[in-house]
Design a protein around this ligand. Structure first.
Ligand code: GZL
Length: 326
């Protein structure tokens, strides 16, 4: 009998345990992830691709974060739609790389009213209340243009006339506004500098090739190309080649370009581009540092800039270029 009871007891225990297992609470999940909604300008340039890679690598592999990126394909209205979706999703933070500066007041006020913090990254926004965002992290675009102008002044000292072809990026983007301002200020200071009506290349290689090809049909008297990003420069170089216009070391046209991507640095070392002005896209880690500081209750500055340099062929060698991340 005793044996029978012990067997019954074992059976009861086994079923009890099973039942217990079935009713056992699920493992407690780890603490809630910090959800970031990121509205990116687009994929218009090598610079932008590198910037997206830096942000994605910084946040997507960190278990503490959920990173949602939406590509606006260079249209501000797509960014507004993304930001409003992020509000509805109840994200913990919104990061915006704005296509252009104007037009953000209303949607940033909506984000503010929803109590979601915002980081403005890369370019800036023109709003009358800078409490609508935590911080603006990006380059000193005016400083970049001023470095280029100072270099050009040195290179053209004593020349009677310097004819400048100005290739502008996306009109209204901070990078375009400030790189253009630097050139306009320098032209005003140098009576021998003549800048033709700027061409509009929208930071893309295809658009730059198109507008420069058209321009060269009527104008060939160019001494300098001031191109507001590398991809537009590559388009212009293609157009110069087809028109038989030489450039770089010993060529007709001095080329100044912004971003300093690997391909541009290679052209610079090979004597095809005269000056590369660095614009650093790799600030994912810096953005994460700012967010961690914010999450720990720290104060973060309203403006954070990134370190950048200028390069001519004498600053470059193959090992340096190969080691570059973008
Ligand atoms: C600069 C960035 C610009 C790059 C271009 O921070 O906004 O946009 O110079 C990119 O290559 O398209």
């Amino acid at each position: 009998m005793r044996r029978f009871c012990s067997v019954l007891l074992c059976i009861a225990l086994v079923f009890g345990m099973a039942g217990c297992r079935k009713t056992q609470d699920p493992e407690p999940t780890n603490s809630k992830k910090f959800v970031i909604g990121f509205s990116q300008v687009g994929s218009e340039s090598d610079w932008r691709i590198a910037n997206t890679k830096s942000m994605t690598e910084t946040f997507s592999y960190d278990p503490d974060y959920e990173f949602i990126m939406e590509n606006a394909r260079q249209k501000q209205e797509n960014q507004f739609a993304s930001v409003r979706r992020f509000i509805l999703d109840g994200v913990d933070m919104i990061i915006i790389a704005p296509t252009i500066e104007e037009g953000w007041q209303t949607v940033l006020q909506e984000v503010h009213d929803a109590g979601i913090p915002v980081i403005i990254m890369d370019r800036s926004v023109a709003v009358w209340d800078d409490n609508l965002f935590l911080t603006n992290i990006g380059s000193n675009f005016l400083g970049q243009g001023q470095k280029a102008a100072a270099w050009l002044a040195e290179q053209t000292e004593g020349e009677d006339q310097v004819n400048i072809l100005h290739l502008q990026g996306t009109r209204g983007a901070t990078a375009q506004i400030m790189r253009t301002k630097a050139l306009d200020d320098a032209v005003a200071e140098h009576s021998n500098w003549i800048a033709a009506e700027p061409l509009y290349g929208d930071f893309t290689e295809a658009k730059a090739y198109e507008v420069v090809t058209e321009y060269l049909k009527e104008n060939r008297d160019i001494d300098v190309l001031y191109s507001e990003n590398d991809n537009m420069t590559f388009g212009a170089m293609h157009a110069f080649d087809e028109a038989g216009i030489t450039y770089g070391k010993g060529g007709q046209v001095k080329i100044i370009t912004f971003d300093a991507t690997k391909e541009a640095l290679q052209y610079c070392m090979d004597g095809k581009i005269d000056l590369c002005v660095e614009c650093n896209p790799l600030f994912g880690p810096q953005v994460k540092e700012l967010i961690e500081k914010y999450r720990n209750g720290g104060q973060i500055p309203k403006q954070v800039s990134v370190e950048e340099k200028i390069f001519t062929s004498k600053d470059l060698d193959q090992a340096f270029i190969d080691a570059r991340e973008y």
